[in-house]
Design a binder for this molecule. Sequence first.
Ligand SMILES: Nc1ncnc2c1ncn2[C@@H]1O[C@H](COP(=O)(O)OP(=O)(O)OP(=O)(O)O)[C@@H](O)[C@H]1O
Ligand SMILES: [Mg+2]
Length: 245
Amino acid sequence: MLEIEHVTKRFGGLLAINDLSLTVKKNQLLGVIGPNGAGKTTLLNVITGYFRPSQGKITFEGERIDGKAPYEICRLGIARTFQVVQPFPEMSVLDNAMTGALFSREGITIRKARDRAMEALEMVDIAHQADVMAGALTLGAKKKLELARALATQPRLLLLDEVMAGSPQSDIDDLMKLLQRIHAKGVTILMIEHLVHVIIALAQHVFVLNFGQELFQGNPGDVISHPEVIESYLGKPLEALAAES
Ligand SMILES: Nc1ncnc2c1ncn2[C@@H]1O[C@H](COP(=O)(O)OP(=O)(O)OP(=O)(O)O)[C@@H](O)[C@H]1O
Ligand SMILES: [Mg+2]
């Protein structure tokens, strides 16, 4: 579905993404992990047109998308959330979610956009806060709003940048179930997450990024027993990491 081929993203002398190739298959739930600064967010930024890759090629459902503008890529069916939440703080929760719906289709009516936005807010369980100013939400609720705004675009590929980190455990359990529901509806998901136990529980395939390059990829069981992954990233056994979070 998404094909990233030999993509490099340079910031001056820094190679944030270094000759990276990665395939996301249709209906996959792919987890991406890696240490701080590995290039995970930059990867989402080049997929979504926020940055143009310095080199390489990205195709979505057979169509070349590197070089396209973010709104064009969104209209093709790719939505994302932001690691540092980006609500419009002076707008209501409903209006925030509506921006996703309005942005995603040319000529969509306000009524239709409102319906899609409400549906998305219901899915993430913040519909009861529809009239609240987004700036007044807790961080956990702002993370859910990020997800709702992305869902309101009705994506076929959903890119998640740490939607769970910083949320209380009760929200994490809810969000895990929600992502499984979204995935079961046929949405392909690429999720970046620091909470390794969440990735292990949800993902079918895990890609480990380190210094902008692939360190390893495989099924969750192979990843957590891979010596280099443990050394460079996990640092300690998974049980210890799960106990911390
Ligand atoms: N706009 C930018 N300008 C310059 N350097 C950047 C920019 N964005 C990212 N970088 C650098 O690129 C590297 C990769 O950053 P990125 O944010 O992609 O890492 P990450 O894997 O998402 O890290 P984290 O786990 O902390 O979110 C880092 O060294 C970062 O400082
Ligand atoms: Mg990041």
